[in-house]
Design a protein around this ligand. Structure first.
Ligand SMILES: C[S@@+](CC[C@H](N)C(=O)[O-])C[C@H]1O[C@@H](n2cnc3c(N)ncnc32)[C@H](O)[C@@H]1O
Length: 237
């Protein structure tokens, strides 16, 4: 049975993520993901899309809007997450999706239901993704690039070996489980208004374990820009 579980992702983190998503920080990512999918649409076929580990639902909602602006294919978007708090926000905020509290290790769907699976900055379960993805479907996994939020990483992990980040293990695991048909790198800088600093710090696990003093220091360092850096892995069965 799929059931909710308590994780470190609480209601506040999802609220902060929603504020950050609404501010436009992820817009170039939405455009890139929508393009990858739309380039694979055939005619006017209905398209089914699963966001596995959807959090509070903003990503798939914005992607759905982006696709609907450009294509007339009927689109069914489903978001699942193990967190009740995340799904509660998604279901309250966004009426154009189907939202479900579920564990990616036990997806509550029949075999081969989805043309696309998105897995954005979230854990994966490749055997379940193999099962619920259609034969000609695509798995699209977004992992942080080495410079993702590097300004925050540098401030929180100054002088420690966590200052750097590598996604090579995740990429290798993906390649063992799916046929990698493409990799896109997406890196951009965004200007930060002062009011976004608190939600930005609050939405990321980077501050977990940091002392209150360190968090205060980072909040007040007057960061003007932040780097967004992603690697988009595209795989076939
Ligand atoms: C870093 S957050 C990313 C959420 C969202 N994709 C985003 O980018 O805003 C990771 C998400 O994975 C979810 N998660 C962790 N383990 C999971 C599991 N076994 N099944 C479903 N979701 C899970 C967490 O609840 C959290 O929402």
């Amino acid at each position: 049975m799929s059931r909710a579980s308590s994780t470190k992702y609480d209601k506040r983190i999802f609220e902060y993520r929603r504020v950050i998503c609404k501010s436009g920080l992820f817009n170039p990512l939405y455009a890139a993901l929508s393009e990858i999918m739309m380039s694979r649409f055939q005619g006017n076929e209905p398209v089914s899309l699963l966001d596995a580990g959807c959090g509070e639902g903003s990503h798939i909602n914005r992607i759905q809007i982006e696709i609907n602006r450009k294509k007339s294919n009927p689109l069914m978007a489903v978001g699942i997450d193990i967190s009740k708090e995340g799904i509660r926000i998604a279901a309250t905020e966004y009426s154009n999706g189907i939202w479900c509290v579920a564990d990616i290790a036990n997806c509550p769907f029949a075999n081969q239901q989805f043309k696309f699976i998105l897995n954005i900055l979230s854990p994966a379960n490749y055997s379940e993704f193999q099962r619920v993805l259609s034969d000609n479907g695509l798995l699209i996994k977004v992992v942080p690039g080495e410079d993702y939020l590097k300004e925050l990483r540098e401030s929180f992990y100054e002088g420690s070996d966590k200052q750097g980040y590598s996604n090579s293990l995740t990429t290798n695991l993906f390649k063992e489980q799916f046929n990698l048909s493409g990799v896109e790198s997406l890196r951009y800088e965004v200007n930060l208004s002062e009011s976004l600093m608190e939600p930005l710090l609050g939405m990321t696990p980077l501050s977990w374990g940091a002392s209150g003093e360190r968090i205060e220091k980072v909040v007040h360092m007057n960061l003007k820009q932040v780097t967004m850096d992603f690697k988009i892995l595209v795989g076939r069965k």
